[in-house]
Design a protein around this ligand. Structure first.
Ligand SMILES: Cc1cc2nc3c(=O)[nH]c(=O)nc-3n(C[C@H](O)[C@H](O)[C@H](O)COP(=O)(O)OP(=O)(O)OC[C@H]3O[C@@H](n4cnc5c(N)ncnc54)[C@H](O)[C@@H]3O)c2cc1C
Ligand code: FES
Length: 349
């Protein structure tokens, strides 16, 4: 039996999309090429908040964490979770910086797999020779899997060097997709190797580098380095330099898998600074780097954040801490850009 569909009008874009009753509005909009603001797709980060102008929605469970009861009463909804019960009209936020690139579904082939750290794989993807993926530094793509599943990974290569698309994939224990890349013993699914085909959809997301003059704080947690690497290479290799303080947090030193490259950039670029922060440093590691959480190191170094723009990518807990603590130090509204590396909504806990 086919699931009922509804028409959802999305303002101010003036676009209408057909959405199944069991489908999140955001998913249908992205599939139709409309790059609406979002990040986690799990109902946590509030990036996809929109105003319901007309119609009725439901959430799959209780009210998602990313929306308060008061916001709900005033008609706010989270598009990544909302399913339509009737035809809808919604007012989404505009996402001008990335509106000029088209979301495409493309076949790609794994052209290289390199172990960067014990649990981080560099994946290099090659597109068919007639295809090109235009994207902004910081955006991500979805790997499309069987059964309609998809897994998100940030693009680590910069837009001007898109011959091979670089991803940094952290192995997730029990992870349906990532374990296949690491050839986990006992995995029931076929391992992925050089030459394997992957269907991808992208570029997606509003986490993208904005040209400007304000000094920047960049915070990466683990493979949150990937989108920031794209941004840093974009800035360093295309010439528009500005003051950037880059903080990279991880558990141990070997998790800062491209630290040598970052230090080389710092040697060449006087306006770039780098701070490594380890949360589970051994005594030997603690002698060479900061110990603690990455956002705490930023707060310890900068009493006032009024002048900064902040770019952050990594685990949801890191993003949550930044969102709640940085505004209290003066970070201005609209100057925090982030991607929260949540699990896919279909991942079973
Ligand atoms: C915008 C975005 C960008 C991302 N970019 C990157 C990137 O560049 N690099 C990168 O390494 N990752 C990135 N991620 C995270 C990445 O998408 C996931 O780690 C990946 O989907 C895991 O896929 P999997 O199929 O291996 O694991 P899944 O099969 O999806 O899940 C694996 C395991 O996690 C457990 N699990 C599921 N949900 C939860 C939960 N809520 N809490 C705790 N455990 C849970 C499951 O029990 C299972 O054992 C990004 C995520 C987003 C949203
Ligand atoms: S709450 Fe919807 S994208 Fe994060």
């Amino acid at each position: 039996m086919s699931t009922k569909e509804h028409t959802v009008r999305i303002e101010p874009h003036g676009r209408s999309v057909r959405v199944r009753e069991d489908q999140p509005v955001l998913e249908a909009a992205l599939a139709a090429g409309l790059n609406l603001p979002h990040s986690c797709k799990s109902g946590h980060c509030s990036s996809c908040r929109a105003q319901l102008l007309q119609g009725e929605i439901r959430y799959p469970g209780v009210r998602p964490l990313g929306i308060t009861a008061e916001e709900e009463r005033s008609g706010k909804i989270l598009l990544c979770q909302a399913r339509p019960l009737t035809d809808l009209a919604v007012e989404a936020r505009l996402s001008a910086p990335v509106a000029d690139v088209e979301i495409k579904t493309l076949p790609s082939r794994i052209a290289g797999l390199n172990l960067l750290a014990p649990d981080v794989m560099q994946v290099l993807l090659r597109l068919p020779s007639v295809e090109r993926l235009r994207f902004h530094a910081g955006q991500y793509l979805d790997v499309l899997l069987e059964g309609g599943k998809r897994r998100s990974f940030s693009i680590a290569s910069p837009p001007h060097d898109s011959e091979l698309i670089e991803l940094h994939v952290r192995r997730v224990s029990g992870g349906g997709f990532t374990e296949r890349l690491f050839g986990a013993p006992g995995s029931t699914e076929a391992p992925l190797g050089v030459g394997s085909l992957l269907r991808i959809e992208g570029p997606i997301g509003q986490f993208s580098y904005r040209e400007g003059h304000s000094p920047i704080l960049m915070l990466a947690g683990g493979t949150g380095f990937a989108p920031l690497k794209s941004m840093l290479r974009h800035v360093l290799e295309t010439g528009r330099r500005r003051e950037i303080h880059f903080y990279w947090g991880a558990r141990h030193a070997h998790d800062l898998y491209e630290q040598a490259r970052v230090l080389e950039w710092v040697r060449r670029e006087p306006r770039l600074s780098f701070t490594a922060v380890l949360s589970e440093a051994s005594a030997a590691e603690a002698a060479h780097c900061r110990v603690g959480l990455v956002h705490e190191a930023v707060l310890a170094d900068h009493a006032h954040l009024d002048d900064f723009e902040v770019y952050a990518a990594g685990p949801p807990a890191m993003i949550e801490a930044i969102r709640s603590e940085f505004p209290r130090r003066g970070l201005r509204a609209g100057r925090l850009y982030f991607d929260s590396f949540d699990y896919a909504p279909d991942a079973r806990r």
